[in-house]
Design a protein around this ligand. Structure first.
Ligand SMILES: C[S@@+](CC[C@H](N)C(=O)[O-])C[C@H]1O[C@@H](n2cnc3c(N)ncnc32)[C@H](O)[C@@H]1O
Length: 423
């Protein structure tokens, strides 16, 4: 495709994602369906340009004020993902001069919002929470996430999968903490590999893998993944159970559970029982009360720990929506807790970085449920031989209570988990 035509297409896509009427990934997929002639490289440029603009929206809007021509075109130029020479061949002389001037702006000359690129309602609390670590977090949230894979412990060994990937031209390193993880170099498309279609690998952030590991579900147990969605964690838990016992995958969205089915078929698991529930107090939940060994509540949340993958979320979320989620999270955790049998384990997890969706929910639950004893996540991870477990945790008197993962510290999405045992 000619550079000029590609830049025009980028500007069109940027205009669409900036409407925020749908999630950015859905808008990008739709754009590709409408433009089937686009090759893989062009698609990568288009998607990364749109995501680049979402990641640095405040900075680019600030710089775009000084340019000329349509605003979306200026934003697409600033966020363009590709060689500078290629981009410049699509620009007129005036645009080239303007881009050079923009490239010359030094970070120290910028105002804080143009450096962190977060909405004020989010920047303030994060700054308060993190202090000097705020800017490193903001910077890490503007980077694309690496491609993490989870090796299906039921059917494959990590070293063998790593060697097989290498033969396919995919270089991958073992993830630092998850025993099931491989971090691929670059952005290889793994979906067409036999390793993927035969269920030996799934795409899953290392942080998600650690949540499933923390549940430590054993052979033959009764386990509930209360908010299973498309089953990312369900699949990891089912494999950890060695395809024995019974693993219920609940979710209120039948549509999301449908997406679990082909993944289940690939995985070779037959111990998973997906079930759509009407709400967290569904009859099915009541029938299983007090019978379950391990319950994972991967609660619906703001998703603000996943901004590397979903940069549009920072512009689409609102403080009001977070408050609604907080109510929901408390209610779901309380209902799901009823399932746990005496001696059983309960985990509350989110992929948010906000204390109100994390520690506050865990503390309120703990205060109201004396029969649930908090467990130190770091002790459990040590027991599972996870390297540097202490460094992955925070909270409690000794900083070992909660799993607390951060992109700038751990290279994962932002995750939180609290663990209890029922007395
Ligand atoms: C964070 S996502 C789950 C992601 C999934 N565990 C995974 O690893 O891929 C939260 C899920 O909670 C579901 N959900 C929302 N309200 C719920 C409720 N009241 N009871 C159960 N699930 C609910 C949503 O449909 C969504 O799929």
């Amino acid at each position: 495709m000619h550079p000029k035509a590609l830049l025009d297409a980028c500007a069109t896509l940027v205009a669409r994602v900036l409407k925020f009427d749908h999630p950015a990934d859905a808008i990008v997929s739709r754009f590709f369906r409408e433009n089937r002639q686009l090759g893989p490289r062009e698609r990568a440029t288009l998607a990364e340009t749109a995501y680049g603009v979402l990641r640095k929206k405040l900075l680019y809007e600030h710089l775009a004020r000084s340019g000329s021509g349509p605003r979306e075109r200026r934003l697409a130029i600033l966020g363009f993902h590709g060689p500078r020479d290629f981009l410049k061949s699509a620009l007129n002389e005036q645009e080239r001069r303007w881009l050079d001037a923009c490239d010359g702006v030094k970070p120290e000359e910028l105002m804080a919002p143009h450096r962190h690129n977060l909405p004020e309602w989010l920047a303030g609390p994060l700054q308060q929470q993190l202090g000097a670590d705020f800017l490193p977090l903001a910077e890490s949230l503007m980077q694309p996430a690496p491609l993490d894979l989870r090796v299906n412990a039921l059917s494959a060994k990590r070293d063998e999968v790593r060697a097989a990937l290498k033969k396919e031209g995919v270089q991958a390193q073992p993830t630092p903490h998850s025993p099931w993880g491989l971090r691929a170099e670059g952005k290889p498309s793994v979906n067409r590999l036999a390793l993927f279609t035969n269920g030996a690998i799934e795409v899953q952030d290392e942080g998600s893998q650690l949540l499933a590991l923390l549940l430590d579900a054993k052979r033959g147990e009764m386990v509930v993944d209360f908010c299973a969605g498309a089953g990312g964690k369900t699949l990891a838990v089912g494999a950890a159970m060695r395809n024995t016992g019974r693993l219920y995958a609940f979710d209120t969205s039948a549509h999301r559970l449908d997406a679990l089915k082909p993944r289940l078929a690939r995985s070779g698991l037959s111990n998973v029982h997906p079930a759509a529930i009407a709400h967290e107090r569904d009859e099915r939940v009541k029938r299983l009360a007090g019978k379950i060994d391990r319950v994972l509540v991967d609660a619906p949340c703001s998703g603000l720990g996943t901004l590397r993958r979903n940069p549009d979320l920072k512009w689409r979320q609102t403080p009001e929506a977070v408050q609604e989620l907080v109510q929901k999270q408390g209610a779901i955790l309380q209902s799901a807790a009823r399932l746990v049998k005496p001696g059983g384990r309960l985990i509350y997890a989110t992929c948010s970085v906000l204390p109100e969706e994390n520690e506050a929910i865990a503390e309120a639950f703990g205060a109201a449920h004396a029969d649930f004893r908090p467990q130190r996540a770091a002790d459990l991870l040590d027991g599972l031989k996870v390297a540097d477990a202490q460094a992955l945790c925070a909270g409690g008197e000794d900083g070992r209570l909660y799993l607390r993962l951060w992109p700038h510290r751990h290279g994962t999405d932002g995750f939180f988990a609290a663990v209890w045992t029922r007395a």
